[in-house]
Design a protein around this ligand. Structure first.
Ligand SMILES: C=CC1=C(C)c2cc3[nH]c(cc4nc(cc5[nH]c(cc1n2)c(C)c5CCC(=O)O)C(CCC(=O)O)=C4C)c(C)c3C=C
Ligand code: FE2
Ligand code: FE2
Length: 354
């Protein structure tokens, strides 16, 4: 019977004491921490970008229109043009070690691992990408192979959204669904108000201002979402506004200095407003000449921050008469942020580590 059918589950490492009547005490492995980020192309080439976008944009959590219709549009129009248009934009931001999103996410995983190891916690940290490499399934398998019976999943999005956080949870659950011997799983939902996160953002801004002076306005640019998804119950907009309010409070900023906008609109539908680039253009036309822009929802610099904000939005602001556009980088490997993330992870591991 067993030889006739392949198992529907993935093979497990054999337990040498299975079926023994008197097994020795179990050896406890480390606790696993799985940081999940979005993913990025392997190379800044049209071919690699096409593979990435095909996976990303086929996720029904990201594009909610019926798949039969969407796949016609995606395969017939988007994947035939967009990858070639994006390749030079990715090339401009590519780092020696690879895509910035991957490089910074790896640095964050290593940094948290180091902090927890220094604190004596028996923890193994892995990075998994929702789309592309290194995959979530591969990262979970590495943790299982290291003996992790418990895994804390931390989506690398401080503000919860169905198209980012929930799809990361789905992806972990889908892999767990292929396992016979599942690990115990915990998921972090959001940390948009976490003191370590807000403190690291505030410190970055205030240090910059004490060195270079304040601008007329600081724009906090968050990734957008279709407005409809928020009307249907996605809590993302409120999370963003709460982050902005807390950051404003921590900065002790004067009224009118800090503003919020939403970037990276995709498609014809209405997205969350105000939109980042039109806001910057309008400000320049109204006579605002100095702006600082930061993207607090992105923990790592990537195409959407380096190219869309630092290059495209800068050009738009200057073209309309703006004089000084300063982009404040994402938290990346900022030591205050890495320490804050390690504290957050430790808190979430309560009961799992001493
Ligand atoms: C089309 C729908 C999209 C939704 C909804 C969306 C939400 C969303 N995305 C991020 C973070 C990132 N997005 C990135 C790139 C990117 N995003 C979309 C589309 C949606 N995003 C596309 C098509 C792309 C690829 C680039 C492009 O074609 O314009 C990235 C950068 C990846 C990189 O390689 O550098 C990030 C990060 C969030 C946080 C979010 C919802 C809150
Ligand atoms: Fe996006
Ligand atoms: Fe974009």
């Amino acid at each position: 019977m067993t030889k006739l059918f392949a198992s529907r589950y993935l093979p497990e490492p054999a337990d040498p004491h299975a079926l023994s009547g008197d097994p020795p005490p179990r050896e406890s492995g480390p606790v696993g921490v799985l940081l999940v980020n979005l993913g990025t192309p392997d190379e800044p080439t049209a071919r690699s970008i096409r593979r990435y976008l095909a996976e990303f944009l086929s996720d029904p959590r990201v594009i909610e229109i019926p798949q039969w219709l969407w796949q016609i549009i995606l395969r017939g129009f988007i994947l035939t043009r967009r990858p070639r248009a994006l390749a030079p934009r990715y090339k401009e931001i590519w780092l020696e070690q690879g895509s910035p999103l991957l490089v910074w996410s790896q640095a964050q995983a290593q940094g948290v691992q180091q902090h927890l190891a220094d604190g004596g916690a028996p923890v193994q940290v892995e990075l998994g990408m929702r789309y592309g490499n290194p995959s979530v399934a591969g990262a979970m398998d590495r943790l299982r192979a290291a003996g992790c019976e418990r895994i804390l999943v931390v989506p690398m999005y401080p503000q919860y959204a169905a198209s980012t956080t929930a799809t990361a949870v789905d992806c972990v659950a889908a892999h767990a669904g292929r396992l016979r011997n599942q690990p115990e799983l915990r998921f972090v939902k959001r940390y948009h108000d976490d003191p370590g996160y807000i403190g690291a953002l505030a410190q970055q801004v205030s240090q910059y201002w004490s060195l270079h002076g304040k601008p007329q306005r600081l724009l906090l640019s968050f990734h957008g979402l279709p407005r409809r998804t928020v009307e249907q119950g996605d809590p993302y907009h409120r999370d963003c506004m709460e982050t902005a309010m807390l950051l404003k409070q921590r900065l002790g900023a004067d009224a009118g200095l800090v503003h919020v906008a939403f970037q990276s609109r995709f498609g014809a539908e209405k997205w969350l407003e105000p939109y980042t680039e039109p806001t910057l253009r309008a400000w320049a036309r109204q006579g605002i000449t100095q702006v600082d822009v930061m993207c607090p929802g992105f923990l790592a610099d990537c195409l959407e921050t380096r190219e869309e904000i630092q290059m495209q939005c800068r050009d738009a602001f200057l073209a309309e008469g703006g004089r000084q556009f300063r982009y404040l980088p994402c938290l990346n490997n900022d030591p205050a942020w890495i320490a804050g993330l390690a504290r957050l992870v430790k808190r979430q591991l309560a009961g799992w580590i001493p």
